[in-house]
Design a binder for this molecule. Structure first.
Ligand code: SAM
Length: 282
């Protein structure tokens, strides 16, 4: 594929274009068009319906920031539920904590199968961990049907289209809130902090209906359109801003983290005024 490029249509008036040297896999699954490409800078990339989901080169940023702020906000998480996330990156980060159980519910078995075959550096053996239980199914139905309590829920979904639309709905968030233990925490990937401010505002509104504490934070994910990506947290217990930096340092010792830091935890919630204004206006 010498000289070939793929374009990730971030939004109507902005795109990211990647040179690709090889397409390692292509498949039309019951849910989406799945491709695995190779890029000189980002390495292997998972692309679903034309949107870059994760890359070997920068997955650590997104997965560390989806997992650790939530797992540190909860004082002692033992049971974690991940919705989506079939590449296994969030699962790998979550299992760095002293968990008893991590359940991953992914709707598309092809994502797990091809991620294990072509992108195993991202999951790093997490699928074979004895604490892992993998469920192939719709996360919306799973949360509605299974009531056993969990401490932390991570929603690592695609953008709100196709099977993921319901993962941004008030009823889904209410079902999750009903399953969380008293100090439970939910984090969802809430889109580009620059180009999807209306989505972030909607997520905040829906979470405020069922969580006393709702905060959005951001991280720089180079492979994503607009780079500044957002995550939104709903907490029934502790405020993420009240987590002492020395506690974060102690509890993440030996994790080998490359992006998330004790002071970075607090800085991530300190959104610049122009972004906060855009989201508040959303
Ligand atoms: N980090 C990526 C992002 O921010 O765009 C998401 C990566 S992860 C691969 C997204 C996963 O969510 C996909 O594998 C997709 O199949 C899964 N997914 C979408 N809707 C789902 C649903 N209703 N239940 C469970 N998994 C779902």
């Amino acid at each position: 594929m010498k000289g070939a490029w793929i374009t990730d249509q971030g939004c109507l008036d902005f795109t990211s274009t990647f040179q690709v040297t090889r397409r390692l896999h292509e498949e039309r699954t019951p849910y989406q068009h799945l491709e695995i490409y190779e890029n000189p800078r980002f390495g292997r990339m998972l692309v679903l319906d034309g949107a870059v989901q994760t890359t070997e080169g920068d997955e650590f940023v997104y997965h560390e920031m989806l997992a650790h702020p939530a797992l540190l906000t909860h004082a002692a998480p033992r049971r974690v539920l991940i919705i989506g996330g079939g590449d296994g990156g969030a699962l790998e980060e979550a299992l760095k904590h002293p968990l008893e159980r991590a359940t991953l519910v992914e709707i598309d078995e092809a994502v797990v199968r091809t991620s294990r075959a072509y992108l195993d550096v991202i999951s790093g053996g997490a699928f074979d961990d004895r604490r892992t239980s993998l469920v192939i199914g719709d996360g919306i139905a799973y949360v509605a049907e299974h009531r056993d309590p969990v401490d932390v829920v991570l929603v690592d979904s695609t953008d709100p289209q196709g099977p993921a639309v319901g993962l941004f709905s008030p009823s889904f968030y209410a079902d999750i809130a009903g399953r969380l233990t008293p100090d439970g925490v939910l984090v969802v990937q809430s889109g580009s902090a620059v180009y999807q401010q209306d989505l972030i505002a909607a997520v905040q509104r829906h979470l405020r209906e069922v969580f006393p504490i709702v905060r959005t934070f951001a991280a720089t994910v180079l492979a994503y359109p607009g780079v500044v990506w957002s995550f939104t947290m709903g907490s029934r217990g502790r405020d993420p801003l009240d987590v002492p930096a020395d506690e974060i340092a102690r509890r993440t010792e030996g994790f080998g983290l490359r992006y998330y830091t004790p002071r970075g935890h607090h800085a991530a919630f300190d959104l610049p005024p122009y972004l906060r204004a855009g989201i508040d206006a959303g």
